[in-house]
Design a protein around this ligand. Structure first.
Ligand code: NDP
Length: 333
């Protein structure tokens, strides 16, 4: 049955321009790395997508390998889209990526033209789409000439299989080279997708500056450090959490004593601000105007609503920011 989307879906969301491009993205985007695979509950995945769309989230982020099984998140998304949301395709920005291991042999990962072109063709089939809005190279490839990877991305856009190009996990200097090449080819890089959260701030050492200067958008992934920067891990590891799941990418070694202490202190500060810790973690990223959108994950509709609530307070006082720096300092070592 076709989902009748809320008439008010654009009322509360903020839309930020992506770098110096023509496209705006919702301040929150939804990622399908976890919770949308063949091991997950289809109805929950579907509900999260409905509620995200009904609340103004226009951007949905996938990759060839999301699942598990790898590829199954794209299948789930394709099913929900075609069964229930197909009238709204033009209101959505759908992205996918290639770069990590997807199939055996020398052509199933990294950055060759052979891999990128075949992987995107597979993704389009799994999602039953003619094109994606953004196609990303998922990680830099130390062995393939950058020219080959960038030419493949340019060709993909010229063939109409993607409207825009994104890069993910590229360092500041890799980004400078890649951005120049893409611009010269006539397909400017739309967006960069780095890991960025209060526990992982590598982008502050140059990348954000490069993106800003060159007019490339920035969409941080794992803004909640995969769930650590929420009130879920205040005491112990919850049985239904990503860290407890066999296929989850969050390992117990990320839950260090130093982080445990910081999580408790950050949670107290968030409550004083009238926010949940998750909301504060998202707001902390969005306070920087160089951030186009924050790419969240959610395992339930409740978590999604909680995260949407972050938009209610994006302002931090100088004292709050200073306090946060003191709390976070031991976690940066
Ligand atoms: P987050 O840091 O937002 O972590 C999401 C997890 O946090 C959820 O699954 C849930 O954990 C928990 N959570 C979310 N909201 C709340 C809340 N309000 N209260 C309590 N717990 C909450 O992001 P992800 O790590 O999932 O990454 C987001 C997206 O980024 C991915 O889906 C993917 O699209 C992209 N990504 C890109 C990568 C790249 O290399 N380009 C790499 C990784 C991700 P639980 O399941 O335990 O309930």
């Amino acid at each position: 049955m076709i989902h009748l989307a809320s008439k008010n879906r654009y009322d509360k969301m903020t839309y930020n321009r992506c770098g110096r491009s023509g496209i705006k993205l919702s301040a929150l985007s939804l990622g399908l790395w976890h919770n949308f695979g063949s091991v997950d509950v289809y109805d929950t995945a579907k509900d999260i997508l409905f509620h995200a769309f009904d609340n103004g989230i226009t951007h949905y982020d996938l990759a060839n390998n999301y699942g598990p099984e790898p590829g199954s998140a794209e299948e789930t998304f394709g099913k929900v889209l075609h069964r229930h949301l197909k009238n709204y395709r033009d209101e959505m920005v759908i992205s996918t990526k290639a770069g990590y291991y997807m199939w055996p042999g020398p052509y199933g990962e990294w950055g060759s033209k052979k891999y990128l072109v075949s992987s995107l063709d597979q993704s389009l089939k799994r999602m039953n789409l003619e094109y994606v809005d953004i196609f990303y190279h998922h990680r830099p490839d130390p062995d393939t000439p950058l020219e080959e990877t960038m030419t493949a991305l340019d060709q993909i856009v010229r063939q109409g299989k993607a409207l825009y190009i994104g890069l993910s996990n590229y360092s500041a200097s890799q980004m400078q080279k890649a951005e120049s090449m893409l611009r010269e080819l006539g397909t400017p890089c739309l967006i960069h997708q780095p890991r960025y959260n209060m526990f992982d701030r590598w982008v502050e050492d140059g990348l954000l500056e490069v993106l800003d200067k060159r007019g490339v958008g920035c969409i941080p992934f794992s803004p909640l450090a995969q769930g650590l920067l929420t009130d879920r891990y205040l005491k112990e590891i919850p049985a239904d959490s990503r860290m407890a799941k066999e296929h989850g990418f969050l390992q117990e070694n990320a839950f260090t004593d130093v982080r445990k202490k910081a999580i408790v202190q950050l949670n107290e500060l968030a409550l004083k601000r009238g926010q949940s810790l998750a909301q504060m973690a998202i707001a902390w990223l969005l306070k920087d105007k160089r951030i186009t959108s924050v790419l969240i994950g959610a395992s339930s509709v409740e978590q999604l609503y909680n995260n949407l609530g972050a938009l209610g307070n994006l302002h931090f006082s100088v004292e709050e920011l200073q306090h946060m720096e003191i709390i976070l300092k031991p976690t940066s070592k």
